[in-house]
Ligand binder design. Structure first.
Ligand code: BG6
Length: 474
């Protein structure tokens, strides 16, 4: 037994990290546009500093991205050349509804994605579409407070109904919210939240999360009504917590840390708030604004599959003394002394992927989809722009090996695998271009200099061969 015959190999991107064209064809501004590169990025992304417009002091990498908006045909042709079966991308909400609360969509925005999906199909590529990848129209934040406001569910409902109807037959796989648990760690990016001084952040976050969870269930309901063939997935920033030692105190800390992330998927996949969360929120005086019909909506419209990103597992300690911390995609962890780390301090743990896959599959018993995995590294192109990225190949090969073990040795049901940033794009964490994940080099630096030319790297041919052999030749 190997991987499925129809295994969905491919790559993943997000609108705000590659499209650019931020003001074209009627597109409105979004939170992700106004998050600059540099040291102010953190507090803005976390909602601790209100920053809802551009200024002259900062550089905003999302404005031009890698200009995929104008070059998507060239990019998709390269994905086709690698043999991609799927391409995961996200819709920019503010292209479809520039302010977010209009009744009628922006036709130019709809047309852009329609053309893009058709282009994918021309190359035999099935689009896998994230509806919300960290973006929220600025107008919804200024006017309504983003996801803290229940009205945002109605706007999202309008968005999703529009998408499912318009792209019926063109898109089969949808994800409702990228890394939904990131709302805990970067709430402005995750849910358009900006905090008032002195307010109870946890209350605001869980209230907004409740709205996102309802919106996700509603979208699932609508998708299945519009087309029973559509499959809807949730999306988790995954990575299991290891206890720092066998001390039961550390084991409990790891279990609790896991639950903080699984909470969202527990609701989206099992259809109800788990007991441990209800108890914790009650203990802390956090009120979830349940209204009539909410429980039924969540229960009746659970997701079809579980997708997740995986970069590394994490470590938890029950010791309140501060520990040596490792970096990660907004979720930090105690450093694992057994693992090496990337140039950005993200620890590298291929076996952890097998462990995480088993953990998630044991918990939900639904098909899994790995929709992000990869190594952010500095590349050094030669005079022809060619990059020999053996470090990237090694990283991916070891993770694919572990993924295959989870399938072949443990029986995990896996739909597909898309590497993160299949073409170099802007980093969500740091805003840098020099943190590259791609099989395709893009000539652009952190501050927007470069020709934007695309050049396949060594890993391009390697991945092509991996796909051709359905993961046998690594
Ligand atoms: C995930 C996000 O957290 O990690 C992506 O879904 C992001 O948007 C990716 O780009 C890698 O993180 P970074 O910070 O290296 O871009």
């Amino acid at each position: 037994m190997g991987l499925r015959k129809d295994f969905l190999w491919g790559g993943a991107t997000a609108a705000n990290q590659l499209e650019g064209g931020y003001a074209e064809d009627g597109r409105g501004l979004a939170n992700v546009d106004v998050i600059p590169i540099g040291e102010d990025r953190g507090p803005i992304r976390n909602g601790d500093r209100k920053h809802l417009d551009f200024d002259d002091e900062h550089f905003y990498p999302a404005k031009e991205g890698i200009d995929h908006y104008h070059r998507y045909k060239e990019d998709i042709a390269l994905f086709g050349e690698m043999g991609f079966k799927t391409y995961r991308l996200s819709i920019a909400w503010s292209r479809i509804f520039p302010k977010g609360d209009e009744e009628e969509p922006n036709e130019a925005g709809l047309k852009f994605y329609e053309d893009l999906f058709q282009e994918c199909h021309k190359h035999g590529i099935e689009p896998l579409v994230t509806i919300t990848h960290f973006d929220c129209p600025i107008h919804l934040i200024k006017e309504y407070g983003g996801w803290r406001n229940r009205k945002t569910i109605d706007f999202y409902e309008n968005l999703t109904r529009t998408l499912f109807t318009r792209y019926k037959g063109l898109v089969k796989y949808w994800l409702t919210f990228n890394e939904i648990n990131v709302i805990l760690h970067a709430p402005f990016m995750g849910a358009g939240l900006v905090f008032e001084e002195g307010e109870n952040k946890k209350q605001v976050i869980y209230q907004a999360a409740h709205h996102e969870l309802l919106a996700s269930a509603l979208a699932t309901k609508i998708a299945h009504e519009v087309d029973p063939d559509i499959q809807v997935g949730c999306m988790l920033a995954a990575g299991k917590y290891y206890p720092e030692t066998p001390n039961p105190r550390d084991v409990l800390a790891a279990q609790q840390a896991d639950r903080r992330n699984y909470f969202f998927i527990d609701v989206q996949s099992r259809g109800e708030y788990p007991a441990y969360a209800l108890k914790e929120l009650e203990r802390e005086g956090i009120e979830i604004p349940f209204e009539e019909g909410d429980k039924e909506l969540l229960k009746e419209h659970t997701v079809d599959f579980i997708s997740f990103s995986y970069y590394s597992n994490r470590v938890a300690s029950g010791d309140p003394e501060s520990k040596d911390q490792a970096e990660g995609n907004v979720i930090r962890s105690v450093k694992n002394p057994y693992l090496k780390a990337s140039e950005w301090g993200w620890q590298i743990d291929p076996l952890g992927l097998r462990i995480t896959m088993n953990d998630i599959y044991d918990r939900y018993q639904k098909p899994l989809f790995i929709v992000e995995n990869g190594l952010g590294a500095v590349d050094h192109p030669d005079e022809n722009g060619y990059v020999e990225d053996d470090y990237r190949i090694d990283y991916l090969a070891s993770h694919i090996e572990a993924m295959k073990d989870a399938v072949e040795l443990d029986g995990v049901d896996l739909m597909g695998y898309t590497t993160w940033g299949c073409i170099d794009l802007v980093s969500a964490g740091t805003g840098e271009m020099k943190k590259r994940y791609g099989f395709i080099y893009v000539d652009r630096d952190n501050y927007g200099n470069g020709t934007l030319d695309r050049t396949p790297k060594k890993s391009f041919d390697w991945y092509k061969k991996v796909i051709e052999t359905n993961g046998k030749d690594l």
